[in-house]
Design a protein around this ligand. Structure first.
Ligand code: DMJ
Length: 525
């Protein structure tokens, strides 16, 4: 497609090319396309030829000193509006199903458990959308059943379903959600019946059987170490130690394992041997990310007494500093790369953008102040991952330039240009704003929300993942709204724009990795 158009373009004379460009610029100015036009799938090839004018580096602080020009109320309203637009799509075309497919006005099923609805429950509560919440509650009361012959992923169903139900129970006091949480929690337990006590990735919640994926007996390290907040809380609420016992056993075993690099863990662990496998890659991104997050957050949840968790967290952050931190060229952005078989790779997943928030949360809880300095630097980098793209939305993965004389800080491979409406950057913006009060973080979040509205909003309802953040003329919609857009992205944006530190106080709640707030244990505060 691109190549053919490029060839034809080259065959034109200079004058012909200039004329076409002039016409395009005039047309472009006269009718700037609204987002739903981007999404109709009819963008002509010629659009790919347009010259892009975005400058690559935007000095961030310069004009962001003061408060947002919009009032707090209008920013909060903008997030409610985005939520209601998403909800309309879900309600009209995907009600009770896992995910909305907003373009085809249909749905996709992953576990068949109303994933988006459950993930969004506490968001509706926090955003004050009572009517929508009540409708969803009655679906949970009358339609939701876990007595189903389906395979679910242990990690995904723990963080989204168990986490979502537990936090909704806490916010509302409604025991319906606790009963449902107990039901799914107990149905997930067979996953822990393995020779090594490291859980399998998949459980059939109807049959009570568990198994690893078909092609391997490995589990993902981040998955088996990011279910602890939820199972520990379930034990506390039910007074049944079994849930906490199985997940704490995983942490103890991972703590003792050989094969870490200065506290950094490999990506896979074998459910038979209990050992790390496929060693050699150390990343803060996919398959390792929330291991680090849950070290810190379990320590906070339990009242900052579990010293081994803290020690592992502190060691890992030192490991990041020693092995993964570098600066980009030309603008000296601090970024977190990866180690691949002893070699540094300047690759950073958008997923890594959870890290500024976590570092800030640690510093807020008394960990070294240089964690906060690093948090601020990385926050800036994550924002640049958005703003340096033509749509102002981050790609899934960025490769940073390190050699002197580079003209831009980052490159994006063709296969990495998608944006799945992920939350990590706005999540970190929320933490940074809560702890520093610096309004620039709200400005950044506001810009990101505008860009989601411009490039991912579908007029008939919902927002969609896109394939190409580098093409504002045709971002190429993927036709899927992930449940975490409602569970996390919009919730964190709302909390970012709120000036009320008691709206989910970070001294009383700890967010699970799907943005579901769970209480810091009372004896702990
Ligand atoms: C979510 O399910 C969680 O935030 C998880 O920790 C990482 N992946 C998605 C969002 O990007």
């Amino acid at each position: 497609h691109f190549a053919r158009a490029g060839c034809r373009w080259k065959q034109l004379s200079k004058l012909q090319r200039s004329l076409i460009l002039l016409v395009l610029v005039i047309c472009g100015m006269a009718s700037y396309p609204i987002v739903t036009e981007h999404l109709r799938g009819t963008a002509p090839v010629i659009k790919h030829l347009m010259v892009r004018g975005r400058s690559h580096y935007e000095k961030p602080q310069a004009n962001h000193k003061g408060k947002l020009s919009n009032s707090e109320a209008s920013c909060l309203e903008a997030v409610q509006k985005a939520f209601l637009h998403s909800w309309k799509g879900y309600k009209d075309f995907a009600w009770g199903h896992d995910e909305l497919r907003p373009l085809s006005k249909s749905y996709s099923e992953w576990f068949g458990l109303g994933l988006t609805l459950i993930d969004a429950l506490d968001t509706m509560w926090i955003l004050g959308l009572k009517e929508e919440f009540e409708e969803a509650r009655s679906w949970v009361a009358t339609e939701l059943t876990f007595n189903k012959n389906v395979d679910v992923n242990l990690f995904e169903s723990t963080i989204r379903i168990l986490g979502g139900l537990l936090s909704t129970y806490h916010l509302t006091g409604d025991t319906l959600f606790l009963e449902k949480a107990k039901d799914i929690g107990s149905r997930l337990m067979p996953a822990f019946n393995t020779p090594s006590k490291i859980p399998y990735s998949d459980v059939n919640i109807g049959k009570g059987t568990a198994h690893p994926p078909r092609w391997t007996s490995d589990s993902t390290v981040a998955e088996v170490t990011s279910i602890q907040l939820e199972f520990r809380e379930l034990s506390r609420l039910t007074h049944e130690p079994k849930y906490q016992v199985v997940v704490s056993e995983v942490m103890k075993r991972v703590h003792k394992l050989e094969g870490k690099l200065d506290g950094l863990v490999p990506m896979f662990i074998n459910t038979n041997s209990g050992q790390f496998t496929h060693q050699g890659i150390y990343t803060m991104g996919a398959r390792a990310d929330s291991y680090y997050e849950y070290l810190l957050k379990q320590w906070i949840q339990g009242g900052m007494t579990e010293n081994q968790l803290l020690a592992d967290y502190l060691q890992a952050i030192e490991g990041v500093k020693k092995n993964l931190l570098q600066k980009s060229s030309p603008n000296g952005l601090t970024f977190v790369g990866e180690i691949t078989h002893g070699q540094f790779s300047p690759k950073m997943d958008h997923l890594v953008c959870f890290l500024p928030g976590i570092l800030a949360l640690g510093a807020h809880n008394g960990l070294p102040t240089d964690h906060m300095d690093l948090a601020k630097q990385l926050m800036e980098t994550c924002y640049q991952m958005y703003i340096q793209m033509e749509t102002g939305l981050s790609p899934e993965i960025v490769h940073f330039n390190m050699h002197q004389g580079s003209v831009q800080d980052m490159n994006v491979k063709l296969a990495d240009r998608h944006n799945l409406l992920r939350p990590e950057t706005v999540e970190s913006l929320f933490y940074l704003y809560r702890f520093t009060g610096d309004h620039k973080y709200q400005h950044w979040g506001w810009k990101i929300l505008q860009n989601f509205n411009k490039y991912t909003k579908v007029s008939s309802g919902g927002y969609t993942s896109i394939n190409n953040v580098r093409d504002p003329d045709y971002p190429s919609p993927r036709d899927k709204m992930e449940s975490f857009f409602l569970g996390e992205t919009l919730k964190y944006l709302y909390l970012l724009f709120s000036d009320d530190p008691n709206l989910i106080s970070l001294d009383h709640y700890v967010f699970n990795t799907e943005a579901h707030p769970l209480p810091i244990w009372p004896s702990a505060t």
